[in-house]
Design a protein around this ligand. Structure first.
Ligand SMILES: CC(C)(COP(=O)(O)OP(=O)(O)OC[C@H]1O[C@@H](n2cnc3c(N)ncnc32)[C@H](O)[C@@H]1OP(=O)(O)O)[C@@H](O)C(=O)NCCC(=O)NCCS
Length: 168
């Protein structure tokens, strides 16, 4: 397999990011969002590109609170899976979290083994968000945050994905 690089996303990557996300959203693995949401949140995103400049992976870091962020929309092209694209993107996002001063990073995922191998652990119900922060987070209009909070309350978890966390 050829080499790839990871860099910050540009506005011109949004179409490629959406193409990566669409089939995963159809399978309900990732949350589908409007194009405008990708442009508005562009600074959260990194992409991986192959030697020809094709986008082969993406991932975002969404800050939720002073010490909390979420890894979201982490995806690699099916043809590139198992070549370290996800690992390199995730490492970049966690580094970004450190630089921003975040100490806890969440994810909601079906890819439990992948995240375990990348330093995450499965969260005990709600334990990482205290009730005060939780009630503040309820004010968020962000769909991903809403999904995250929903899963904390709804038992059993209706989507069947797992809430995971890493401490930086
Ligand atoms: C999760 C996902 C991003 C992983 O992407 P990936 O590019 O295949 O990730 P990697 O190649 O780094 O790791 C996958 C496996 O390849 C192996 N691997 C092979 N070559 C590797 C290399 N050079 N470096 C690192 N790992 C390598 C790893 O051991 C790893 O095994 P694991 O998944 O059991 O930990 C990808 O499967 C995906 O897009 N899933 C759907 C979307 C999703 O669920 N995202 C998470 C929620 S936001």
């Amino acid at each position: 397999m050829e080499s790839f690089t990871v860099r910050r996303a540009k506005t011109s990557d949004v179409k490629s990011i959406r193409n990566l996300v669409r089939p995963l959203a159809e399978d309900r693995v990732l949350l589908e969002k409007e194009a405008v949401a990708y442009y508005e949140n562009l600074q959260e995103f990194f992409v991986a590109e192959d030697a020809e400049g094709n986008v082969i992976g993406c991932g975002g870091l969404h800050v939720m609170w002073e010490d909390i962020a979420e890894v979201r929309t982490l995806a690699s092209d099916a043809a590139w899976r198992g070549h370290g694209v996800g690992h390199r993107l995730l490492a970049k996002l966690l580094n970004e979290a450190r630089e921003l001063g975040v100490s806890r990073v969440f994810c909601l995922t079906f890819e439990v083994d992948f995240f375990l191998r990348n330093g995450f652990t499965v969260m005990a119900e709600q334990s990482a968000v205290d009730p005060e922060v939780y009630s503040e987070l309820l004010r968020s209009t962000d769909e991903g945050v809403a999904e995250f909070l929903d899963l904390a309350r709804v038992k059993p978890n209706t989507l069947g994905n797992t809430r995971m966390i890493t401490h930086l």
